[in-house]
Design a protein around this ligand. Structure first.
Ligand SMILES: Nc1ncnc2c1ncn2[C@@H]1O[C@H](COP(=O)(O)OP(=O)(O)O)[C@@H](O)[C@H]1O
Ligand SMILES: [Mg+2]
Length: 276
């Protein structure tokens, strides 16, 4: 039973339904992109998978175990999470930041051992950031910080890597570099990546599967009354489609998610998506 199963999950903030009817089955070893408009609940979904937020109903099962019963330490040994904002004002070196990723594997009252130092070095090398090892985290570029945080999550030696907008704040070239690195790590290390992206063309190019999401209509009256939440509607779910990018990101589905018309072109066997 390896993989992540999200079963009929719903979640709300302050009594307002944000996620509804989420059913997903994510296999080991694939790269999955969450795509959808601002505020549709991508970050919220990552946090419910990571058990940082408790679902109003439904469940998350990770490698056959209910996430809600796992506890932070056990979860951190299978699941690495890189939130969107990760600033540190202390000038720790990149290596020290990555080494903190080993905490879930170090028993209480112990110090990091040789194995932990090795794993941290290996993680930095994997993301191509070995040369940043001694540099203060506060003095490296946005793209480099992103790689260091991914290395930190990899040092946890996780089965799953949740990345919230790994390309935000990066320039064109660094976006592509980070996405290619993520993809190759997923393949080589057999890590399942679940990431949120904003650029549909990146989703097309760098994912095995896309989860295309939409916002629940807030004005909808048919609340999730069983949950005591307003918004949504009993049959209204966030997931427009889930599957291979080319099958999911059709003009019809993109319009359902974003409320805008797009065209899809093919060039040298690659797909390009553009607004009409
Ligand atoms: N801590 C919070 N308290 C109340 N509402 C929130 C909170 N975090 C997010 N929201 C709301 O939940 C919705 C989904 O947010 P989020 O998951 O961040 O969307 P996305 O990541 O897709 O842009 C938005 O309407 C947002 O305003
Ligand atoms: Mg977000």
């Amino acid at each position: 039973m390896s993989g992540i199963e999200v079963r009929d999950l719903s979640f709300g903030y302050n009594g307002i339904l944000i996620l509804n009817g989420i059913d997903l089955s994510i296999d080991r070893g694939s790269t999955v992109t969450l795509l959808g408009p601002n505020g549709c609940g991508k970050t919220t979904l990552l946090k419910t998978i990571n058990d940082l937020l408790k679902p109003a109903s439904g469940s998350v099962v990770i490698d056959g175990k209910l996430a809600s019963t796992m506890g932070a330490g056990e979860l951190a040994r299978v699941l690495g999470y890189v939130p969107q904002d990760h600033r540190s004002s202390f000038p720790f070196t990149s290596f020290d930041i990555v080494l903190t990723g080993r905490i879930p594997h170090i028993s209480t009252f112990s110090s990091p051992g040789a194995r932990d130092f090795e794993e941290a070095h290996r993680a930095l090398e994997l993301v191509g950031a070995g040369h940043l090892s001694d540099r203060p985290y506060t003095q490296i570029s946005g793209g480099e910080r992103q790689m260091v945080m991914i290395a930190r999550a990899l040092a946890q030696d996780p089965h799953f890597l949740l990345l919230d907008e790994p390309t935000s704040y990066l320039d064109f070239k660094n976006q592509v570099k980070v996405l290619k690195t993520i993809r190759s790590i997923a393949l080589r290390e057999r890590v399942t990546v679940i990431m949120t992206l904003h650029d549909p063309n990146h989703a097309l190019a760098y994912s095995d599967r896309v989860i295309l999401m939409r916002r629940l209509p807030s004005e909808a009256d048919k609340a999730g009354p069983h949950l005591g939440l307003r918004g949504g509607g009993p049959s209204m779910g966030n997931v427009v489609a889930y599957g291979p990018p080319a099958e999911v990101m059709t003009p019809e589905n993109m319009e359902k998610a974003y409320g805008m018309k797009v065209e899809i072109f093919e060039h040298n066997g690659r797909r390009i998506i553009l607004p009409v």
